[in-house]
Design a protein around this ligand. Structure first.
Ligand code: SF4
Length: 380
């Protein structure tokens, strides 16, 4: 049977000039030898993939894609868009960190069809930026936004982080005010996570720094949702807000369980009911590919139950929720009886709201979406 799922391409650019204190992503310093090895291996990986379908969306993330120079960016884009010929993807997004924004690179991206850029601002407060171990200033973030806007990029997003130790609610509201004053099309707000092995986590464990309590986090969530809603940014996913019609098509298709192929070290894929990833090492990834084989590790065949669970968990993250009748119809071999009992209980407690066959999280439910996801797994 021919898949009706849309196919997306995710490209991981694993370069960062230094490591932020909260970051657990795989990344390396961008030396010219390593960048050359990366680009030539991406080209080879693309040939080995042998996918002839055009990509519905293309997303370049990292790491720091902007760590690539203009020529490297040009070469990477030429590879990524090769499948599409003259067909423009519905969305071509690239992540940028403010210090790496240069007009020349943005113009190259635009020439290759990139129409969406998200800027990893994280905060407009230099105090918070320092706490996060990032190397940028608020002034650089604003200048980066203005450069991208002046190049005529039609959809610009700003990513922000809240819940930073010692950050006050007033500081966070001031970040949101500053973001809104730039009139971006999209705003993502992420609750800071303390990942294993990061300096941030070590400081929290040794008592040097303190994580926000669940009540404090709830205050940050509530203030964010209220402020952005009042300023015209509709919430369409727990962490994502936009002006009307500016939702991320790529991310939405991921939450809707469409297929995506990830290329580059540590990139994950979900393709034809299998999940797999590349190793988090340029060396291992490129050695395997140069020998003529794809470097996939952790290949998992997703059975009907896993696919149904993920459709529910990711679907509930979106404000539009899920259509339970369609999910039951798509996975007839799965027993949903315990899940439906759970959903009834969650509605009684005002965590979910049913509307015909559709169910979605209420604001109270969105605050505890991760806990609800665990309950869904237990009930399936
Ligand atoms: S820029 Fe992003 S990927 Fe690089 S270290 Fe910082 S958080 Fe991690």
């Amino acid at each position: 049977m021919i898949s009706t799922k849309k196919l997306a391409l995710y490209c991981h650019v694993p370069f960062c000039a230094h490591r932020c204190s909260y970051c657990a992503f795989y990344q390396e310093p961008p030396t010219s030898a390593l960048v050359e090895r990366y680009l030539s291996t991406i080209e080879e990986e693309f040939r080995l993939l042998n996918i002839t379908r055009p990509f519905f969306t293309i997303y370049v993330g990292g790491g720091t894609p902007g760590a690539l120079g203009a020529n490297a960016m040009d070469r990477l884009c030429a590879t990524l868009t090769a499948n599409n010929g003259s067909l423009k993807p519905a969305e071509f997004s690239v992540e940028f960190s403010p210090c790496t924004v240069k007009r020349e690179k943005i113009e190259i991206l635009k020439r290759h069809g990139c129409g969406r850029i998200t800027i990893g601002v994280q905060s407009f407060s230099d105090r918070i930026i320092n706490l996060l171990g990032r190397r940028q200033t608020a002034a650089q973030a604003i200048a980066a936004y203005e450069t991208i806007a002046s190049c005529g990029i039609g959809n610009i997003g700003i990513d922000l982080i809240f819940g930073v130790p010692t950050q006050t609610l007033d500081e966070w509201l001031s970040d949101l005010r500053c973001a809104v004053s730039l009139h971006p099309h999209h705003i993502s707000t992420y609750n800071l996570t303390f990942e294993d092995g990061t300096p941030l986590q070590r400081h929290a464990l040794s008592g040097v720094t303190q994580k926000k309590s669940p009540d404090e986090e709830a205050d940050f969530y509530a203030a964010t949702w209220e402020f952005l809603g009042e300023n015209g940014y509709g919430q369409y996913e727990i962490s994502n807000f936009c002006l009307p019609g500016c939702e991320s098509i790529h991310n939405t298709n991921t939450w809707k369980m469409h297929d995506w192929i990830g290329i580059g070290p540590s990139a994950c894929s979900q393709f034809e009911n299998r999940r797999f990833s590349n190793p988090p090492s340029i060396g291992l990834w490129s050695e395997t590919i140069k020998r003529g084989a794809l470097a996939y590790i952790g290949v998992e065949n997703m059975d009907a139950k896993t696919l149904a669970e993920d459709s529910i968990i990711f679907g509930l993250r979106m404000n539009s929720g899920i259509d339970m009748a369609s999910i039951e119809c798509e996975f007839p071999s799965v027993d949903f009886s315990r899940l439906l009992q759970l959903m009834a209980y969650l509605e009684e407690e005002n965590f979910t709201k049913w509307d015909g066959n559709s169910v979605r999280l209420t604001p109270r439910g969105r605050m505890v979406a991760d806990a609800i996801a665990l309950q869904v797994l237990e009930a399936m």
